[in-house]
Structures are given as structure tokens and as C-alpha cells.
Design a protein around this ligand. Structure first.
Ligand code: AMP
Length: 171
């Protein structure tokens, strides 16, 4: 997966001063890279027998949606507040640049399901931990989390103790 590193563009001071934003739009513009990412996730996750892919807004939709279709699994979105139209549950969390809330439809997962949570990037881990809480509140299991990029120096894994984490590129 080293081969996708050159498709991750550093944008200094976005969206706030001091943050180096990892822009993944060059990956989206490269279908071969998207296929390699999807294939790598699929190979690692298949043995865990997931029944659903849960994607975190918004870049988790891009990688999670493609992966769900490739694995022939249903996809469910975890979204920022006020975006989901149906009955939902919420969890509050802290992230690298601010505070927030995430929501999921009450029928986003079914009790007993084996969900994989996908996002583009693991930073401090707050967002991913909140997504796990949503899935588990609804009685499903998180069998793994998948990230295209992990910012290892931020120690996000510490917020996800005991969880199976698949990250394709660690920076
Ligand atoms: P965190 O909760 O700190 O792990 O933040 C993860 C979420 O924020 C993911 O949805 C990322 O897309 C986004 N994010 C955090 N830091 C960055 C960054 N440096 N570059 C791009 N996205 C980021």
C-alpha cells in the first residue's frame, strides 16, 4: 500500500492553523488506487465474516460504499447531526479539531450483526470510537475498523482498546 502514499496530499493549516490536512481526492481520481485499496480491505476483512459496512461521514462513505458493493454487503451511514431523516440515535465525541455529535438510523444495523466501521483517516480516534458506540448501542458487534490512513503519532488506537484495526498507510 506504499504505492498510494504519493496520492495523499498534505494541505497545511486546513481547516485550522496547525492542522496538516490529508487530502485524499487524488486517490479518488485514480481508479487503480481505489481498486487496490478496496482489494486490500476485502482480503483482510473477509475472514472476519462481516455482515455490514458502516461508513463515517463523509470520506468514509466513499471508501466504505465502494467496499460494501465489492463485498456484496449492505452499507449504512454514520452522519453529522441533522442529516439523517429517519429515527436515529446520537453520541457525542471529541476530535482533532473540535467537538461533535454523530448519528445513525435506528435500523442502520440489526441486533447481532457483524459490522465493519470504515473511515478515510484515524487521527485521535474519537470519531471512530463514537461510531463504534452507535453500532453497539443498537446491539450489533464491531468486528473491525478500517482506515486508509492512520496518523500513528496521534495515538488514536488508545481510544479503541481491544479492537481489530486495519490501516493501509501509517504516517
Ligand atoms: P479523530 O476523531 O481525531 O480520529 O478524527 C478523525 C476524523 O476527522 C476522520 O473522519 C477524518 O476524516 C478527519 N480528520 C482528522 N484529522 C484529519 C487530518 N489531519 N486530515 C484529514 N482528515 C482528518
Amino acid at each position: 500500500m506504499e504505492s498510494i502514499k504519493h496520492l495523499i496530499r498534505d494541505i497545511p493549516d486546513f481547516p485550522k492553523k496547525g492542522i496538516i490536512f490529508k487530502d485524499i481526492t487524488p486517490i479518488l481520481g485514480d481508479p487503480a488506487a481505489m481498486a487496490r485499496i478496496t482489494g486490500a480491505f476485502e482480503q483482510t476483512l473477509e475472514p472476519l465474516k462481516p455482515t455490514r459496512i458502516v461508513g463515517i461521514e463523509s470520506r468514509g462513505f466513499l471508501f466504505g460504499g465502494v467496499l460494501a458493493a465489492a463485498m456484496n454487503l449492505p452499507f449504512s451511514p454514520v452522519r453529522k447531526p441533522g442529516k439523517l431523516p429517519y429515527d436515529k440515535i446520537s453520541v457525542s465525541y471529541s476530535l482533532e479539531y473540535g467537538e461533535g455529535t454523530l448519528e445513525m438510523h435506528t435500523d442502520g444495523v440489526t441486533r447481532g450483526e457483524r459490522a465493519v466501521v470504515i473511515d478515510d483517516l484515524l487521527a485521535t480516534g474519537g470519531t471512530a470510537a463514537a461510531a463504534c458506540q452507535l453500532v453497539e448501542k443498537l446491539g450489533a458487534q464491531v468486528v473491525a475498523l478500517g482506515f486508509v490512513i492512520e496518523l500513528g503519532f496521534l495515538g488514536g488506537r488508545q481510544k479503541l482498546p481491544g479492537r481489530q484495526i486495519v490501516s493501509l498507510v501509517t504516517i
